[in-house]
Design a protein around this ligand. Structure first.
Ligand SMILES: *[C@@H]1O[C@H](CO)[C@@H](O)[C@H](O)[C@H]1NC(C)=O
Ligand SMILES: *[C@@H]1O[C@H](CO)[C@@H](O)[C@H](O)[C@H]1NC(C)=O
Ligand SMILES: *[C@@H]1O[C@H](CO)[C@@H](O)[C@H](O)[C@H]1NC(C)=O
Ligand SMILES: *[C@@H]1O[C@H](CO)[C@@H](O)[C@H](O)[C@H]1NC(C)=O
Length: 397
């Protein structure tokens, strides 16, 4: 049992391993088009400099950055592809070390952060590569403790880098590093009973973020880990230079593999999987979407549904919308939730869709309106792709 449980958590860290068998080439669907009267989604394509998956992606300034990832031969790369929305040009750079399971985010609207990861011998790292969008310079800072796949909450002038895989017996980390606008780092520990590897959703304008869902180790410190779907929600808030966290409303439907994004003070967490009825080997993927309102501090009573069940979907805020796409299921279609109404946009006539069906892709949204989806695994997980698809909602917002 414990061997399987360990594997289960590795799979959460490295979803690609599971995906290989799950994708097939799909029927060609409608090209991206008009969602409704309010939004036009222009489309353009591009290519990364190197095909790869498991890329760490973020946006800062007018840039989208796609860092590292796994190459076709399975090794990690240090390559960074950078798209500048102002010049419409792509350039490349390099991380200071090639690695996998990097977490990406930003702080102070200026710095892109590429935090932690596994080195080539699978050791968690403290390294954070920092790109300054103002000067174009790279530098490095360090996490307080080494970990891979930490989660990042951009709270405006502070960013919280939360949890991750620690590589010791406890395995899931309770560490939090706050990075400030001068790249100072303060390391603290989440005062929670069980270490958790959750979903991070943040609103850098409101200075608020949620760490919720995912799974927790209910036997920390024991020889063998025991992982369970988590319902604990931690709310991070930043005001001026102060930053802290509090317990929040419990996640209504604990599960693994969900993703989330925030717009308009509305936090949206969708997809994921549960293990059926105590049978650890049967998983059910869900189409469920849960909505949290910062105004009330509560989750909605009624869950919403996507058009398909998705595991490890991409979730991105685009203007007032939260877009879910991809995941391990066979769908190129977008599900688009309007955070003003907490309803999915009716896309029965024209549904934006990916041209290339892919899993384990990366996404970043530039200037809040240009959704860039890059790389991932294609052809039944056998091949990595360099393909980039860009959906431009900027003119309609
Ligand atoms: C994987 O491919 C990269 C790029 O082609 C190459 O530099 C690297 O040596 C390869 N690694 C292995 C283990 O084959
Ligand atoms: C939340 O999780 C805790 C710990 O696993 C459990 O005791 C509690 O019943 C859960 N609450 C809900 C509402 O699921
Ligand atoms: C962030 O820092 C800038 C520069 O110091 C300041 O003008 C701004 O008010 C700060 N924002 C918040 C939300 O504290
Ligand atoms: C997949 O990758 C292999 C190895 O690089 C290549 O030979 C093959 O043509 C690729 N398949 C497709 C369908 O692109």
């Amino acid at each position: 049992m414990y061997v399987f449980l360990l594997l289960k958590s590795l799979v959460d860290a490295l979803p690609l391993m599971l995906l290989a068998e799950m994708m097939h080439s799909a029927v060609v669907r409608a090209a991206p088009g008009v969602v409704n009267n309010a939004v036009d989604w222009g489309f353009s394509g591009a290519m990364l400099s190197v095909p790869r998956s498991s890329i760490a992606a973020t946006s800062v300034g007018h840039l989208a950055l796609f860092a590292g990832g796994k190459l076709q031969n399975g090794t990690s790369t240090d390559i960074v592809d950078i798209f500048d929305r102002k010049t419409n040009k792509w350039t490349t750079a390099r991380l200071s070390e090639a690695r996998s399971e990097i977490s990406a985010g930003s702080v102070a609207g200026r710095y892109a952060l590429f935090a932690g990861g596994f080195d080539n011998s699978f050791k968690p790292m403290t390294l954070v590569d920092v790109y300054d969008a103002k000067s174009g310079q790279w530098s490095q800072i360090r996490l307080g403790t080494a970990r891979a796949a930490p989660r990042m909450l951009d709270l405006g002038n502070r960013t919280a880098i939360v949890g991750g895989l620690s590589g010791d017996l406890q395995y899931l980390s309770n560490a939090v590093d706050y990075v400030d606008a001068k790249l100072g780092v303060i390391s603290v520990v989440l005062e929670s009973r069980y270490p958790q590897l959750g979903v991070a959703v943040s609103d850098h304008v409101g200075g608020i973020g949620l760490y919720t869902s995912g799974y927790e180790n209910i036997q920390p410190g024991h020889r063998f880990n025991d992982f369970e779907a988590a319902n604990r929600t931690t709310v991070f808030t930043a005001q001026g230079t102060a930053v802290g966290f509090n317990g929040g409303a419990q996640f209504p439907f604990p599960r693994w593999g969900a993703s989330g994004a925030a717009a308009n003070g509305v936090f949206v967490v969708g997809g994921g999987h549960v293990f059926s009825n105590g049978d650890e080997e049967l998983t059910t993927t869900t189409d469920r979407v849960d909505v949290y309102h910062t105004a009330t501090g509560k989750w909605s009573n009624t869950a919403l549904k996507m058009s398909v069940a998705r595991d490890y979907p991409l979730a991105q805020a685009v203007g007032n919308y939260v877009v879910f796409v991809s995941g391990t299921q066979l769908s190129k279609d977008f599900d688009i939730l309007d955070t003003r109404t907490s309803r999915f946009v009716d896309t029965s006539e024209h549904r934006p869709a990916l041209h290339t069906l892919r899993s384990d892709a990366a996404a970043a949204t530039v200037d809040g309106c240009l959704l860039v989806i890059a790389g991932g695994s294609v052809y039944g997980g056998r091949n990595k792709t360099a393909s980039v698809e860009m959906f431009d909602a900027c003119s309609g917002l």
